[in-house]
Design a protein around this ligand. Structure first.
Ligand code: PLP
Length: 429
């Protein structure tokens, strides 16, 4: 049987039926009116999941229930609603600790998302441990979120940034990994899965090398945690950042996992309420971890929604999700490659469901606009990774990205629409 042949039963092949789980997502039933008089109705095909994912009913309901039955501030109110809100918020922390395989929920800090989690490490860990002349090792395939915080810190502290290059196939040049380390290397910060190439980087090997040099590792898990099983203790990483909205959760909530020893040793990030123990006019002492890093009223409803999201994902099974997305990605790649003139960026053997491509000479924005007229949502742009675009010699790419609720039939619609676009643009193609 061909790897991309559809099974008789999705349940037995991948453990769940993607057509059935779609019923949990109200927005996937959206249709759009198209044509001059709006005479044509096209159903939504949502293929922009690397940017943000859609939300299933249990997540939406958890947020509604929180506001209808438990809304209060956490950790401070001496009343029943305050207890309810605190219990829900802390229950979500425990769910996230379990989801990531953390040793303790004390290692889970709620943030606004991956971006804030990385900024937290850059500011708090960097402030505490880095000195002029120190080096941070990044890669050329980082999202701006895992680049700019280090650039800012490098400017402030006179640090040097070094980069592991990526190769033509979208994989990192890791053959002689040790040579990137110098006696001044203090931290490695690397993406688990590229949001441009879909490449899944060998984090365990990178961590093992870094730890041989006694260098901690931060993993940008924005694109991995939603799509594959992640166990931070198995990865052995020191920091791991994720965004709730990329994994069926609400926007404005994410997590920084950090080893307890680092959270204990780091200076706080933001100052304010909640993160203190005792305050005088001229000084203060800090709360226990993780609260020391959660200044101010947190996004309680967001945390509750994210807790519901990881429960939902775990019920489907992260292994099952990864297996299904591998199938869908192989299928989409096979079909895309059949279209003459389509160029795909990223050919890593270990990859997730992010496909960056060019259609002939057509500008990616035109590709996205044409597809939108067909009801298909993809991303076009630099994907917050301008250095990658520069190295590839393009301004932008089109990007289709999948989640477990996408189907082979939706891939077929994408392919049909690209073929239609080819006819539409004629010679320009
Ligand atoms: N890192 C990667 C690899 C991403 O793909 C993204 C978002 O696209 C981010 C970081 C930033 O995530 P957020 O905007 O949710 O903070």
């Amino acid at each position: 049987m061909k790897e991309t042949q559809q099974p008789e039963s999705w349940e037995s092949a991948v453990g769940f039926d993607p057509h059935r789980v779609r019923q949990d997502f109200p927005i996937l039933k959206e249709t759009f009116r198209r044509g001059r008089q709006g005479e044509r109705s096209v159903p939504l095909v949502y293929l922009d999941n690397a940017a943000t994912t859609q939300k299933p009913r249990p997540v939406i309901q958890a947020v509604v229930d929180y506001y209808e039955h438990a809304n209060a501030n956490v950790h401070r109110a001496i009343h029943t609603l305050g207890d309810r809100a605190t219990e829900l918020y802390e229950a979500s922390r425990r769910k996230l600790a379990r989801f990531l395989g953390a040793a303790s929920e004390r290692e889970i800090v709620f943030t606004r998302g991956t971006t804030e989690a990385i900024n937290l490490v850059a500011a708090a860990w960097g402030r505490t441990f880095l000195n002029p002349g120190d080096e941070i090792l990044l890669t050329e395939m980082e999202h701006h979120s895992n680049l700019i915080p280090w650039q800012l810190l490098a400017r402030e502290k006179q640090l040097t940034l070094r980069f592991i290059p990526f190769q033509a196939d979208g994989t990192l040049a890791l053959e002689h990994l040790d040579r990137y380390f110098t006696p001044r290397t203090r931290l490695v910060a690397v993406t688990h899965m590229s949001n441009v190439f879909g490449t899944i980087n060998p984090i365990k090997a990178i961590v093992a090398a870094a730890h041989r040099f006694d260098v901690p590792v931060l993993v940008d898990g924005a694109q991995s945690a939603p799509h594959m099983p992640v166990n931070v203790q198995e990865l052995d990483c020191d920091f791991f950042a994720l965004s709730g909205h990329k994994m069926c959760g609400p926007t404005g909530i994410g997590v920084l996992y950090a080893r307890e020893k680092w959270l204990e040793a780091m200076e706080p990030y933001h100052g304010g309420g909640e993160m203190i123990r005792s305050v005088w006019l001229d000084r203060a002492t800090w709360n226990d971890i993780p609260y020391k890093f959660e200044a101010g009223t947190p996004n309680i409803a967001g945390a509750v929604g994210l807790g519901a999201a990881v429960e939902y994902l775990s019920a489907i099974g992260m292994e099952n999700i990864a297996r299904y997305e591998r199938f869908l990605t192989r299928y989409a790649l096979e079909r895309l490659r059949e279209i003459p003139g389509v160029r795909i960026f990223g050919e890593a053997p270990e990859r997730g469901g992010v496909l960056s491509f060019y259609v002939g000479q057509i500008h990616p924005h035109d590709v996205a606009q044409f597809l939108d007229a067909e009801g298909i949502a993809i991303r076009a742009g630099h994907h917050c990774a301008q250095p990658i675009m520069r190295k590839l010699g393009v301004m932008a790419t089109a990007r289709a990205s999948f989640y477990f609720y996408n189907t082979p039939e939706e891939v077929d619609r994408l392919i049909q629409s690209i073929n239609k676009m080819k006819e539409f643009f004629g010679n320009g193609f």
